[in-house]
Design a protein around this ligand. Structure first.
Ligand code: SAM
Length: 269
């Protein structure tokens, strides 16, 4: 079975090029926390996994300075195009289309990092072993992922259950994919250990993101999810209703986000 077929299709929808810049507003406040945890040093070589529109990579490039470099790898051609456009004046950052479950970026890195880009692997232990293989011995992996769904009520998926077919169960040997698949920290620690990391530390974070409704869900995303045109109006109403409790006095929304940051290292044996 081909790797990550469903996620590759989903993330290569051209609608993301316009939907993602809105969606980024939800998680912009996470970026400084990931950078703090990474503690990048001048001159370091950084691999960003699932780099999306490239904002974390661009910020990381400033931290490592002109003697350092950042490569963003992402399975989505439209998002890599967006990231390249944003970074075209920045010499020490580049982006490549790659499936980081088994794809290879030809270089050795001091740091691998990710902001919500590592929950979509259908063979997570294979993928994290592949990421580890990109690190020099003693290198570090730093990533943010969501805590479980019940701690993240901004996620509108439950409101859309009546409108979309449930995902097909994973093929034998494959794992489910999606934003909350790394919510359970014991599971993450087990996956990272199986992938060859020798130390794993975790911090939990709660922040409130003030944004607009389309920062979470817009018509483009509804289309990507597979809402039929005839259901669009009803689906939009269901999302509005589901998220109305987060509306603030200024007409925007205050969404509570619960995520965690893992820092993993390995010592060569
Ligand atoms: C939730 S988005 C996060 C994007 C960006 N890091 C951000 O914070 O805005 C997840 C990203 O992971 C990418 N992705 C999913 N599966 C991947 C894979 N197997 N290899 C590389 N990137 C992948 C998606 O294309 C998408 O850009």
């Amino acid at each position: 079975v081909e790797s990550n077929l469903a996620e590759r299709r989903r993330w290569n929808n051209d609608l993301w090029a316009t939907a993602w810049p809105k969606r980024e507003r939800l998680t912009d406040a996470v970026t400084p926390l990931v950078l703090d945890a990474a503690a990048l040093q001048p001159g370091e070589a950084v691999l960003e996994v699932g780099s999306g529109g490239g904002k974390l990579a661009i910020a990381a490039a400033a931290n490592v300075g002109p003697t350092g470099s950042v490569v963003g790898a992402d399975i989505s051609a439209p998002l890599v195009a967006l990231a390249n456009e944003r970074a075209k004046e920045i010499p020490n950052v580049s982006f490549v289309v790659a499936d980081m479950q088994d794809g290879r970026v030809a270089a050795e890195f001091d740091v691998a990092m990710s902001q919500f880009g590592v929950m979509f692997f259908d063979e997570p232990a294979t993928a994290f072993a592949n990421i580890r293989a990109h690190l020099r011995p003693g290198g570090r992996l730093v990533f943010a992922c969501w805590q479980p769904l019940d701690r993240n009520p901004w996620f509108a998926g439950p409101a859309l259950v009546p409108f979309v077919a449930p995902p097909a169960p994973p093929e034998p040997g494959k794992s489910p994919t999606g934003p909350f698949t790394l919510g359970d920290s014991a599971h993450v620690e087990s996956v990272l250990t199986r992938a060859g990391f020798t130390s794993v530390a975790r911090t939990t974070h709660d922040v409130v993101a003030t944004t607009t409704l389309d920062g979470v869900m817009d018509d483009a995303q509804l289309t990507i999810i597979g809402i039929a045109p005839s259901d669009m109006a009803a689906a939009r109403r269901a999302v509005d209703r589901y998220l109305s409790r987060f509306r603030n006095d200024a007409g925007g929304y205050d969404f509570p986000l619960a995520f965690q940051i893992f820092v993993a290292t390995f010592v060569a044996t």
